[in-house]
Design a protein around this ligand. Structure first.
Ligand SMILES: Nc1ncnc2c1ncn2[C@@H]1O[C@H](COP(=O)(O)OP(=O)(O)OP(=O)(O)O)[C@@H](O)[C@H]1O
Length: 264
């Protein structure tokens, strides 16, 4: 039986009067890809924020390989979490290569790259030869070329690729991808999908958030469907697509067998 990597229990997040997430529990096995889908405002990014430590949970707990996972994002990065953001957060003034290198640094020192990059620009040099080789390998895997370009010159899709590459450089136990395909062309989608499979092959786990349910369903082992902060389905991708919950969440009606035709 596969090892359980990550467990979330009773996760709730309230922002003032807004309940963004309500009593959500899940688990992620080694080598598993979990898709997180749901309409706008369902709580997908909030769940990624709670796991990564970008936001503290109001209630609930997390455990990574049986150890309590808590504290700031930097501590969680060192424990083995890496994430990308709905809006890519690269150090725009640094080169693509240096952004990828920041992922290598983050695994050793935590997710302080924005601070390092912003305050000290280049303070993480001298780079290790092994880091340089790893950065080049990641760029090849993702099809990223011209590593000396400033990240600020990249298109949105290219920035997403670099962000995914930076996260891969952390060699994460759990990779959290928040809408990685948005704005990507076909080769970007292929590159990111390959990264997902690479992490899976390493026996690590991936949580993938995306609006494109069909794309997610083709890539993942399991889907959790969120609606208004609650997990309303957790199971195989095919079962999720066929579920009444899916119908209800996206189309407002549960499809029942032999439903009458409505003639308007
Ligand atoms: N910092 C915040 N302050 C107040 N409310 C917030 C905050 N962040 C999220 N919310 C609210 O929490 C709910 C869930 O938001 P979240 O961004 O997690 O949804 P989502 O499923 O990721 O949506 P989308 O697909 O549009 O990104 C929404 O009602 C949102 O307005």
């Amino acid at each position: 039986m596969a090892e359980t990597l990550l467990v979330g229990s009773g996760l709730t997040k309230r922002y003032g009067g807004v309940t963004a997430l309500q009593d959500v529990s899940f688990s992620l096995d080694a080598g598993e890809i979990l898709g997180l889908v749901g309409p706008n405002g369902a709580g997908k990014t909030t769940l990624v924020d709670l796991i990564s430590g970008a936001q503290p949970a109001t209630e609930g707990t997390l455990a990574l390989r049986g150890q309590r996972l808590a504290g700031p994002a930097s501590r969680r990065a060192k424990a083995g979490l890496a994430r990308t953001f709905q809006y890519p957060q690269l150090a725009l003034e640094l080169s693509v290569a240096d952004n990828l290198l920041l992922g290598r640094v983050a695994r050793r020192h935590g997710t302080v790259w924005q601070m390092i990059a912003g305050s000290f620009g280049g303070a993480f040099r001298p780079r290790l030869a092994s880091d340089t080789a790893a950065v080049e390998a990641i760029a090849r895997e993702l099809g990223i070329d011209r590593l000396d370009r400033p990240a600020g010159d990249l298109s949105l899709g290219e920035q997403r690729l670099v962000e995914v590459g930076r996260a891969l450089g952390q060699d994460p136990l759990v990779l959290l991808l928040d809408e990685p395909f948005a704005g990507s062309d076909a080769s970007g989608v292929a590159g990111i999908s390959e990264v997902v499979r690479t992490v899976q092959r390493r026996g690590h786990g991936v949580i993938l958030v995306d609006h494109n349910v069909d794309l997610v369903a083709g890539l993942v082992d399991r889907i959790m469907l969120l609606d208004r902060g609650r997990a309303v389905f957790d199971g195989g991708p095919r079962e999720c697509l066929d579920s009444p919950q899916m119908q209800e969440v996206y189309f407002g009606v549960a499809e029942v067998e032999e439903s009458p035709h409505v003639v308007s």
